[in-house]
Design a protein around this ligand. Structure first.
Ligand SMILES: C[S@@+](CC[C@H](N)C(=O)[O-])C[C@H]1O[C@@H](n2cnc3c(N)ncnc32)[C@H](O)[C@@H]1O
Length: 268
């Protein structure tokens, strides 16, 4: 099964609904919020900054950007009309955010329109991340800033031993929800090839133990993919989910993803 985000406009409505819920669960997570704040703090937002978030989904990052110091206007772009409907509803109290249907590889804006471009866990889902970065470069003003944050999904783990059966959920999740799990490791090179000058590239460690939210969705989504594709039976899928909950209850659960952030400038 291909990455459901990559094929979002033809993804089944029930799955898009699940994606919408997961995006909001993840965005509400304290560690996820801290990572967002941490890399945004490195971005130069000029006074009255115009910001684009490319691949905004239901808009949690766009909503945070709208309240960031110096930001005058935020535009969120996504190919999914369904996710954008939720994004508009959830941001109805914010006057400086708008959403537009579109693709990262063909942004509906003129050259040099924005001061800051943000990709938050989007590039790893795209078929042509290099093309998307070239488009971001085009719509940024000279001196504008790129912020790209993504999971290094190749590092994702639920294992607490060598042959831990929960790890198959991670592998199934990567197959069906991530187009390129290695993309984060190539980000600086791809951005440089698009013309950007990286000023910061660093990792963010995300580990859930006692009260997991997001990594538990990886267990559930991975197990469901394995069952629906017929690779395992429904009983085993339920057993994998139950095993994860057992670990939470006896405090032996471990879920981890390393994220990376890249901050880069468009030369003047
Ligand atoms: C993991 S979600 C991230 C959403 C949001 N940035 C967040 O962190 O909550 C990836 C997003 O990329 C969007 N996407 C998929 N293909 C795209 C494309 N060609 N151009 C722009 N966005 C795309 C999906 O619809 C989805 O909303």
């Amino acid at each position: 099964m291909p990455d459901v985000y990559n094929t979002i406009t033809s993804t089944q409505p029930a799955m898009v609904e699940r994606i919408a819920q997961t995006l909001e669960v993840r965005a509400a997570d304290i560690q996820q919020k801290a990572m967002l704040e941490s890399y945004l703090a490195e971005v130069n937002f000029p006074v009255d900054a115009r910001v684009i978030e490319i691949g905004c989904g239901t808009g949690p990052v766009a909503r945070r950007l709208a309240e960031w110091p110096n930001v005058a206007e935020v535009v969120g772009i996504d190919p999914s009309a369904v996710l954008l409907k939720t994004a508009r509803e959830l941001s109805s109290s914010l006057r400086n955010v708008s959403f537009k249907e579109g693709s990262a590889n063909q942004l509906p804006f003129s050259d040099g329109f924005f001061d800051v471009a943000v990709f938050h866990t989007t590039l790893c889902h795209l078929s042509d991340p290099a093309g998307a970065l070239q488009e971001a470069y085009r719509v940024l003003k000279p001196g504008g800033c790129l912020a790209a944050f993504d999971g290094d999904y190749a590092s994702a783990t639920l294992s607490t031993s060598d042959l831990d059966p929960l790890q198959i959920c991670v592998n199934a999740f990567k197959e069906s929800f991530i187009h390129d799990p290695w993309l984060a490791r190539r980000l600086p090179a791809i951005a440089e090839a698009a013309g950007f000058m990286p000023s910061s590239y660093r990792s963010h460690s995300y580990t859930e133990t006692s009260d997991p939210d997001y990594t538990l969705t990886i267990v559930d989504r991975g197990a469901d993919v394995l069952a629906s594709s017929g690779q395992i039976g429904q009983d085993l899928a339920e057993a994998l989910k139950a095993e994860a909950r057992r670990r939470v209850a006896d405090r032996s659960y471990f879920g981890h993803i390393t994220y990376t952030s890249l901050i880069a400038g468009k030369p003047i």
